[in-house]
Design a protein around this ligand. Structure first.
Ligand code: GLU
Length: 301
């Protein structure tokens, strides 16, 4: 059975862009009779707040998107990440990195799609003695050593192929503050929760290469990936919490859940005019083929 998921980071109130991502992953799972789970990705303790997780779940409930099983919170699963990290270390795949964030951002290396320069591999081959001396001075972050070609078939964007070292670079799996990084946690959790299908914004398309590398390294079963176009405002910028008219608080005060669902289905090209749509009907209107690949311009309600 298909298992889909929604894995938001509770760093603010949901807005229409998050609702759209949640709805599409729900529709994709439910339209084939699958399960759908929710996982709170709250590893970043600086940005994530418990009150936002509560609001998030309340907003998902308001929309009527029922999830299966218990909601999982990444902040409670450190032991699992620790285990995976040790497995990678035992395979000799991780190394400490002493580069500072500011230096990394200033690097002239080509930028990967998330805007961060591809890591040069500078700390890959530091001699053990020097490494120990550096470790005494300051806590390093930990990177995995990647290599080879990565290929996968995205369910919506088709064939993807990159050279891991040149186009993606060694990536951080544990941060200098000891917290595990998104890339490691998302893989451990999707595998542990039996997720078979990842549906999420195309801003994470490239990161699937890093995740697939970890699935192979950890001998875990990988899900399929289907990325979806982003919702953008008329000037091409990604919708954000700054735009008040897409914020959940605003939407909930003005519209019914069925109307918000209908608006999203219309933006996706699943219905011809904006009208209230019940989730039971939405399931039959959903179609991957009708969804565009270009980003979707949001026009106010
Ligand atoms: N937690 C991530 C975010 O909110 C999404 C992770 C994922 O879907 O893989 O951007």
């Amino acid at each position: 059975m298909k298992v889909g998921r929604f894995a938001p980071s509770p760093s603010g109130r949901m807005h229409l862009g998050n609702v759209y991502a949640a709805l599409l992953s729900w529709l994709s799972a439910r339209s084939s009779g699958g399960r759908w789970i929710v996982r709170i990705e709250d590893l970043d303790r600086q940005r994530c707040r418990p009150c936002y997780s509560d609001m998030l779940l309340d907003d998902i409930r308001w929309l009527g998107l029922e999830w299966d099983g218990e909601v999982v919170r990444q902040s409670e699963r450190t032991a699992l990440y620790e285990e995976a990290f040790s497995a990678l270390s035992n395979e000799g795949l991780v190394y400490p990195c002493f580069c500072r964030r500011a230096d990394l951002l200033a690097s002239s290396a080509p930028h990967s799609s998330d805007g961060i320069p591809v890591y040069s591999g500078k700390c890959r081959n530091i001699a053990p003695l020097e490494r120990n001396a550096l470790m005494e001075k300051r806590a390093p972050s930990w990177r995995v050593r990647v290599g080879g070609i990565s290929e996968f078939e995205d369910g919506h964007y088709g064939a993807q192929r990159i050279l891991l070292e040149d186009d993606f670079g060694d990536f951080v799996v544990r941060r200098a503050d000891g917290n595990f990084a998104y890339q490691l946690a998302v893989v451990v959790d999707d595998a542990d929760e039996g997720v078979t299908e990842v549906v999420r914004g195309r801003d994470l398309l490239a990161s699937a290469h890093g995740q697939l590398f970890l699935y192979r390294a950890l001998s875990l079963p990988a899900p399929s990936f289907s990325h979806i176009p982003l919702l953008v405002s008329s000037d091409g910028r990604r919708l954000s919490k700054r735009e008040r008219d897409v914020d959940m608080e605003f939407l909930r005060s003005r519209f019914t859940p069925e109307f918000v669902v209908g608006k999203i289905l219309h933006m996706c090209g699943f219905v011809e005019e904006v009208r209230p749509v019940a989730l039971s009907e939405a399931v039959s209107l959903f179609s991957w083929n009708a969804l565009p690949s270009e980003d979707i311009v949001f026009r106010p309600f």
